[in-house]
Design a protein around this ligand. Structure first.
Ligand code: FNR
Length: 380
């Protein structure tokens, strides 16, 4: 109601409350290069489009007269009490969007009480991001390097900097065919030296023949060579278990058998995600994969979800399909690009206000309320 009440005095929000407009605004403000990096997806964009379509196709069937006066958005996930079922997804090299980059997004998350997942490919060293967040909840996303020493170094730095859970991204052992990046000579790599998590890491630096400033091209080549590893298999997870004593979440799980394997391997959760449609062109939509993964998880794993969340009702639908919590990527990256920390806070507040209203108007008081019986599928 804050926006309505302010509106009576003529004050309107600085950014639109329809978050789907942020991409276009950011493009106008920052130009096609930076927005191409964020908006871009694999192949002809069909996976990203399918993510949206799978959420749109499902419609909520609201229930009436169920006393929704007192509502509580809090959830318990990965052993933590969170004020709402929302976290900011890991997004690499946020300096492309705004000079204040990850610390600004992390401060916004902290101010609004939602966890921030910091990308391995962060443009700011993780210790600085942690400092910006104080005691607020933060999780670390790992790109699982070919180089064990670099992985060990990342894990011990993350632990020391107060990141409580590890998100291991499995869907990016190689970077996908992304036309908008390829057509820009891969913009993130031009910012490669800006992925400061690597370029300040002692184990990474030890692998270089010459200091970064003396041979930046060799440093970027080294980064590309050790960034990820397509030869990994399930037993390799033991290495992470041995080197990380908190919760481990596998990001990028879409098949129910992979969820079962994750549970068998002693993992704590999965993120049902197709990387926002940026990896496998022609992939199943994340929301279509969610119900079967949630069933396979069968309460043994926390089930997180991302890829396509743009509104509060999208969050409702993900909860109804079996997610415990969702992550959001592009919308907050645009919020950052348009208005720094305040822009990210705007995005979080819009999503949570709309979720709260959608729950109430549909007859639910908590995120645990919605189930599959609350949705119908158009055309099904
Ligand atoms: C990402 N994503 C991502 N994931 C990850 O595990 N590590 C990373 O460094 C990145 N980097 C990244 C950059 C950009 C520009 C985008 C848009 C996405 C994927 C991200 O965590 C998440 O899975 C998707 O963004 C979710 O989809 P939506 O919300 O963008 O539709």
């Amino acid at each position: 109601y804050e926006i309505y009440l302010n509106g009576m005095t003529g004050a309107v929000p600085r950014l639109p409350t329809d978050l789907t407009r942020l991409e276009e605004l950011t493009e106008r403000r920052l130009g096609p290069g930076p927005v191409g990096y964020v908006a871009g997806s694999a192949g002809n964009g069909s996976t990203a489009a399918a993510n949206r379509a799978a959420l749109e196709r499902r419609r909520i069937v609201p229930r009436m007269l169920r006393d929704v006066h007192d509502r509580d958005l809090s959830v318990r996930v990965l052993g933590r009490e969170l004020p709402a079922p929302l976290a900011l997804a890991p997004v690499g090299v946020l300096s492309i969007m705004h000079p204040d980059a990850e610390p600004a997004a992390a401060r916004a998350a902290a101010a609004q009480g939602v966890p921030f997942v910091l990308s391995s490919a962060s443009s700011t060293p993780m210790e600085q991001v942690a400092e910006a967040m104080g005691d607020a909840e933060r999780w670390f996303q790992l790109y699982w390097s070919k180089d064990r020493e670099v992985t060990r170094s990342f894990l011990s730095r993350a632990k020391a900097a107060g990141f409580t859970a590890l998100f291991v991204t499995l869907d990016t052992p190689l970077l996908a065919w992304r036309p908008r990046d390829l057509d820009q000579a891969y913009l993130p790599f031009l910012h490669g030296v800006g992925t400061a998590n690597y370029f300040t890491d002692p184990a990474f630096l030890a692998g270089l023949a010459k200091p970064v400033h003396e041979d930046p091209n060799a440093a970027v080549a080294h980064f590309v060579g050790m960034f990820a590893d397509p030869a990994k298999t399930w037993p390799d997870l033991e290495f992470l278990r041995e080197n990380w004593d908190g919760p481990i979440v596998l990001k990028g799980v879409l098949h129910p058998d992979d969820a079962r394997r994750a549970a068998q391997a002693g993992m704590d959760g999965v993120v049902v995600s197709n990387h926002g449609g940026r990896q496998v062109a022609g992939s199943v939509a994340a929301a279509d994969a969610l119900p079967r993964v949630a069933e396979a998880a069968d309460g043994r794993l926390a089930v997180l979800f991302d890829s396509g969340i743009r509104t509060g009702d999208d969050i409702f639908k993900a909860l109804a399909l079996g997610a415990d919590t969702v992550l959001v990527g592009r919308p907050y990256a645009y919020g950052l690009g348009l208005d720094g920390q305040a822009g990210v806070e705007h995005v979080i507040r819009c999503l949570l206000a709309e979720l709260d209203l959608t729950l109430a108007l549909s007859g639910h008081r908590t995120p645990a309320g919605p189930g599959r019986e609350d949705l119908v599928e158009e055309g099904a």
